[in-house]
Design a protein around this ligand. Structure first.
Ligand code: URP
Ligand code: ZN
Ligand code: ZN
Length: 476
């Protein structure tokens, strides 16, 4: 079966040009003109881009006494309705649970996926067995390991554990990821506000100021450098963390930063809304920041010191958020965004001139594929690549509303946002999975995408070895 996407402009990370795309089966067969196929998709006045890749989701994840509401069915339906054709989700082992057992549990959840997916493995406790099992995880095709520096008493790991895990990543050709917030400080500040009687969502923002994130980002960068391994910092929300990343990069360290679409467009005033539910629905970590921090994140995307835009899609219903009605520390942390990431970024990025269409493709797809070692199978409009494509109508618009979303939750943090720039057709491995507002994919068609380990960062390892080389001093 062949399909031709005809009459559009291809927008890749490096250039835009007019050409048709011929798909054979699941992959792109040719790009050019005068091509013929069994079926044609008309892309007149539209752009043809690689499907979005969301490198940060939490679908059906047990967390803070409940589980995130969107599972692999509703979560990936939201993804394809928004032009995203692949998600990378986090496997979170329970304390003491063997990593491969947790991975199997996630495979079960992922049986509902409507589009392709990969995983990051969380390191939420440390032991010799974890160290050994990380090798099996990499052999299975999961080559990124996440470390939570916050959520004390739950997912948080300490510096010793992080350094041990980072060093193991260096050996395996794996990439460590961090949630950078100083968890000890957050716990102390949470106590402080609760003792003062500030129990509402505003205290969530107050107890997680930017310095808490900046300190942790700096510390993680030092630990990664000492271990001789690159580092990926998730949900970068503030100037302090961005500065740490930019400084590290200017020193030749491979450090990547991932802002979220929420931090780019929503600000901290959301936590001071008199409506408790409005504020609680927006509780996530790190919290939304002020306009100055938002501008700084946009600048980082333009300048290349921040490389990707994710959602950290971890959606909870209002009922679930109610667990923290009298104590903000019990409000499940997380927001949605999978369906909205591309339209909101296009509108507030490309539509305002902050990003070029090519930069948009880079930060929503191609850079992610490169950093996660998926390129050019994913993230590319090239012959041989998976035909994960979005036919994008830059003039189509809508007002975002929970009433029309795929996510199962009862609200949307972008409610009322008018967006211009929407997917008209989404293709996943050559199949039309979304067209003109309708999701056409059955669950179960999504596949796990295995990733190969990275080649070791020889410069970083050389820096590491230079200080581990024995330097005994001869004494009389
Ligand atoms: O608040 C958030 N971000 N929830 C999801 C878990 C995490 O920290 O990534
Ligand atoms: Zn996090
Ligand atoms: Zn997350």
């Amino acid at each position: 079966m062949t399909t031709l996407i005809k009459g559009g402009t291809i927008v890749a990370a490096d250039r835009s040009y007019i050409a048709d795309v011929l798909i054979e089966g699941e992959t792109i067969k040719a790009i050019g003109s005068g091509l013929a196929a069994d079926k044609t998709i008309d892309a007149t006045d539209c752009l043809i881009m690689p499907g979005g890749i969301d490198p940060h989701t939490h679908l059906d994840m047990p967390f803070m006494g409940t589980s995130s509401a969107d599972n692999y069915d509703s979560g990936t339906r939201a993804a394809i309705a928004g032009g995203t054709t692949m998600v990378v989700d986090f496997v979170i082992p329970d304390r003491g649970q063997p990593l491969m057992d947790a991975l199997k549990a996630w495979d079960k959840r992922a049986e509902l996926a409507t589009t392709d997916y990969s995983y990051h493995m969380s390191i939420s406790y440390w032991s010799d067995k974890v160290r050994e099992d990380m090798g099996a995880v990499v052999a299975h095709g999961v080559t990124t390991f996440k470390h939570f520096m916050a959520y004390k008493g739950a997912l948080m790991v300490n510096d010793e554990e992080m350094f041990a895990s980072f060093s193991r990543c260096a050996e395996l050709g794996a990439l460590p990821l961090v949630h950078a917030e100083n968890g000890e400080l957050v716990a102390a500040l949470q106590k402080y506000y609760l003792n003062k009687g500030v129990t509402g969502p505003e205290a969530h923002a107050l107890s997680r100021p930017p310095d808490v994130e900046g300190e942790a980002a700096n510390r993680a960068i030092v630990l990664a450098d000492q271990a001789g391994v690159p580092l990926y910092i998730v949900h970068v929300s503030c100037i302090e963390a961005h500065e740490a990343i930019a400084r590290a990069r200017s020193q030749g360290k491979r450090v990547y930063g991932e802002p979220l679409i929420q931090h780019l467009t929503l600000d901290e005033s959301e936590y001071f809304n008199p409506d408790w539910a409005h504020s609680a629905r927006r509780v996530m970590s790190p919290p939304f920041r002020d306009k100055k921090n938002q501008d700084d994140l946009w600048n980082g995307l333009r300048a290349g010191s921040l490389q990707v835009v994710a959602t950290d899609h971890c959606a909870f219903t209002t009922k679930q958020k109610e667990f923290g009605r009298d104590d903000f520390t019990k409000i499940p942390n997380g927001t949605g965004g999978l369906e909205d990431r591309l339209p909101v970024l296009w509108t507030y990025g490309v539509g305002t001139g902050r990003l070029t269409p090519n930069e948009f493709v880079a930060v929503t797809s191609t850079n992610i594929a490169r950093i996660l070692n998926l390129y050019p199978r994913k993230g590319a409009v090239l012959p041989g690549a998976d035909a994960d494509l979005v036919v994008w109508d830059p003039k189509a618009s809508k007002t975002i509303s929970a009433a029309h979303q795929q996510s199962v939750i009862d609200y949307n943090v972008f409610e009322g946002f008018k967006v211009t720039g929407l997917p008209r057709v989404t293709l996943s491995r050559g199949s039309v999975v979304f067209e003109d507002g309708r999701v056409l994919a059955n669950n179960g068609r999504g596949r796990f995408v295995k990733r190969a380990p990275f080649s070791p960062d020889s410069q970083a390892l050389a820096r590491y070895k230079s200080h581990t080389a024995p330097r005994a001093v001869a004494r009389a």
